[in-house]
Design a protein. Structure first.
Length: 36
């Protein structure tokens, strides 16, 4: 059970990282559009 929990945690971290990068990229895109 511990190994499955670790795997789930890794997947969650990965999704969180991707989500953060997505938010960061879209946010920077908005800033670029504002300055354009």
């Amino acid at each position: 059970p511990g190994r499955a929990e670790q795997r789930t945690k890794e997947q969650y971290m990965e999704l969180q990282e991707k989500g953060y990068l997505w938010i960061l990229s879209t946010h920077s895109q908005k800033i670029l559009n504002m300055h354009a």
